[in-house]
Design a protein around this ligand. Structure first.
Ligand code: GDP
Ligand code: MG
Length: 366
């Protein structure tokens, strides 16, 4: 899973990237002119791993991971409807979701490129920017389709005409500023659009980057913004990027003490990862193979066969069966032996839909 971080220059993208991935990339003193990318991994916080660790005493514990990509450089024109193209578009197209950092902190030493701090204006600017990007892809494709239709054989025409009609429909909605995920498209239509990797088809997590001085109002600011954007593929969180980045430099107990003193409930990383999970519709399953306990993230509705492929393509190819035990059952029993005695381990086939919290042993031959 990969999430692309996007936002106006100086909104705090790199700061939040550092907080998420525990890195310390220097935040930009000036607007960069060259495309640079920082790729980092955030470990998915998973309290169930600790419980499993106590039961299995593995030598190694590996969390599920989400990749975050912080892209700077070509965002210079963002907000002037010339921003997303070229390499920036390439990076964002590949992402499973977008994390939009919006500046709410005030700091006279860091001028806002629009001259004032206005989170709602910036949310709207970026949404428009994403819409423009998709529209230009559609326009290019529609032009190409006209060319193709001139020389198309009768049996090819049907399919091309169908694509043309779908693109016209999507275009009309985009022109009314409705992102693709908000349009009422059938699963088949969504599949037909998938290859275009449209930006407005991706879920968006808006992270409003607030000031240290606004920390006590954090949940009020968040609730107010969420109320104004009641959308399913659009989630809003308020965090203080600078503080969160500083907190990653402290050890865990110091950071926890600090958070309690500031009235912060949990680390921003946890909140952002959880929101990413919800937006992307992800669930976790667990494996224990030769003393290595691992958590994996997969989209809801993934089959046992595909889940096996997530671990290794050989396991998918040679898949025989999956032995499944639910976390809740194991937790209740306290040990694998007891769960086995109660007959709670199930053998499932390749079409079994993996559930959140499944502990799976794949049987396969290669
Ligand atoms: N006061 C304050 N400054 C911040 C905050 N977040 C980022 N900054 C500062 O804003 C500047 C730009 O941040 P950066 O992360 O490089 O923004 P980017 O251009 O979007 O990657 C840096 O000097 C940061 O230290 C914040 O929450 N509060
Ligand atoms: Mg940056």
């Amino acid at each position: 899973m990969e999430i692309g971080i996007i936002g106006l220059p100086k909104s705090g993208k790199t700061t939040i990237f550092n907080a998420l991935t525990r890195r310390s990339i220097t935040t930009e003193p000036s607007i960069p002119t060259k495309l640079t990318t920082n790729i980092g991994i955030a470990k998915v916080p998973e309290p169930r791993l600790e419980v499993l660790e106590r039961i299995f005493h593995p030598k190694k514990v590996t969390s599920a991971e989400i990749r975050y990509v912080d892209i700077a450089g070509l965002t210079k024109g963002l907000g002037k409807t010339e921003g997303i193209g070229g390499q920036l578009l390439n990076y964002l197209s590949k992402a499973d979701a977008l994390l939009h950092v919006v500046r709410a902190f005030k700091d006279d030493r860091i001028p806002h490129i629009e001259g004032s701090v206005d989170p709602e204006r910036d949310i709207a600017t970026l949404n428009l920017e994403l819409i423009f990007s998709d529209l230009s892809i559609i326009e290019r494709r529609l032009q190409r389709i006209q060319e193709i239709l001139k020389g198309a054989k009768p049996q090819e025409r049907d399919l091309i005409v169908k694509e043309q009609a779908l693109l016209h429909k999507v275009k009309e909605c985009l022109e009314k500023e409705r992102p693709i995920w908000e349009q009422e498209l059938t699963p088949e239509e969504m599949r037909n659009l998938a290859n275009f990797q449209f930006l407005t088809a991706k879920p968006v997590l808006v992270v409003v980057n607030i000031d240290e001085s606004q920390i006590t109002q954090c949940s009020t600011i968040e609730a107010e913004l969420c109320r104004r954007y009641p959308k399913t593929h659009f989630r809003i969180l308020a965090i203080c990027g600078k503080l969160e980045m500083e907190l990653t430099q402290l050890n865990e107990s110091e950071a926890r003490e600090f958070r309690t003193a500031m009235g912060l409930s949990e680390p921003a990383l946890d909140r952002i990862v959880r929101a990413s999970y919800e937006l992307l519709g992800l669930v976790s399953f667990f494996t224990i193979v030769s003393d290595d306990l691992r958590a994996w993230a997969i989209p809801k509705g993934t089959t046992a066969l595909k889940a096996a492929g997530k671990i290794h393509s050989d396991i998918e190819k040679g898949f025989i069966k999956a032995e499944v035990l639910s976390f809740t059952d194991l937790h209740r029993c306290g040990s694998l032996a007891e769960a086995r005695r109660q007959g709670l381990l199930r053998m499932e086939g390749k079409n079994y839909i993996v559930e959140d919290g499944d502990i799976i042993t794949f049987l396969f031959n290669i």
